[in-house]
Write a protein that binds this ligand. Structure first.
Ligand SMILES: [Zn+2]
Length: 225
């Protein structure tokens, strides 16, 4: 009988131990779950990466014969492994040298879902003296577009690039005006500037641009989701 009591006690003791272990596991797991949950929150939303031009539309051509369409596609492709690494869902409006109309680009941005459009281009100015990247958003842009524009600028500055400007678009760019989701257009640098052209056309420069853009997107998703 005593033994039986003892067994009962042992059983009860084990049960308490099990409960204690379970509690500790829960306490330890909660921050992990919270971290994961927050991580998941960070990556909700969908980024539409839009390398400008393509196919029959080369965009601007540098004095060295490099086309804007080639530079922006290279940067967009360099963004892909970084987006995957950060579990950021994305789509490219083009992943090769093909023509995509502006309305088709807007249509992709306007598909259902919590999207952000990031259109990528390069600048050109006939006279020397203009350098650095520019981030544009539409005249009547949403608050989220402003936030995205500034955080992307911060991301690029962090990678060592010079900021030429962050401002409203005054040309009425279709991809910005017609997109229903937050939308920004980044001019990565001036193809007319020798310094900018060096980073625009070098693999290391393109990878740094990609890193800066993804850094900005990460920050945007973190603060708006
Ligand atoms: Zn362009």
């Amino acid at each position: 009988m005593k033994q039986c009591d003892s067994n009962n006690f042992a059983y009860g003791d084990n049960r308490w131990k099990a409960l204690l272990v379970l509690s500790v596991v829960c306490l330890l797991a909660f921050p992990l779950w919270l971290h994961r949950a927050m991580g998941k929150d960070q990556t909700t939303g969908f980024v539409v990466i839009d390398p400008g031009h393509g196919g029959i539309d080369p965009g601007t051509r540098s004095s060295t014969g490099v086309d804007e369409k080639t530079i922006v596609l290279a940067v967009a492709k360099d963004m892909v492994p970084l987006l995957k690494h950060d579990h950021i869902k994305y789509v490219l409006t083009r992943d090769r040298d093909k023509y995509v109309s502006l309305s088709d680009r807007v249509q992709i941005a306007n598909r259902p879902g919590d999207r952000l459009l990031l259109s990528i281009h390069c600048d050109y100015f006939k006279q020397h003296g203009m350098d650095g990247f520019t981030v544009l958003y539409a005249q009547g842009a949403s608050h989220d577009s402003h936030v995205a524009a500034h955080l992307i600028a911060v991301g690029l500055i962090h990678e060592g690039f010079i900021c030429h400007n962050v401002r409203r678009d005054t040309r009425g760019l279709e991809v910005l005006d017609k997109s229903n989701c937050p939308a920004v257009l980044v001019e990565l640098g001036f193809m007319s500037d020798p310094h900018d052209l060096r980073y625009l056309t070098s693999k290391s420069g393109q990878q740094r641009l990609a890193a800066g853009l993804v850094r900005g997107l990460e920050a945007y998703l973190r603060v708006t989701r």
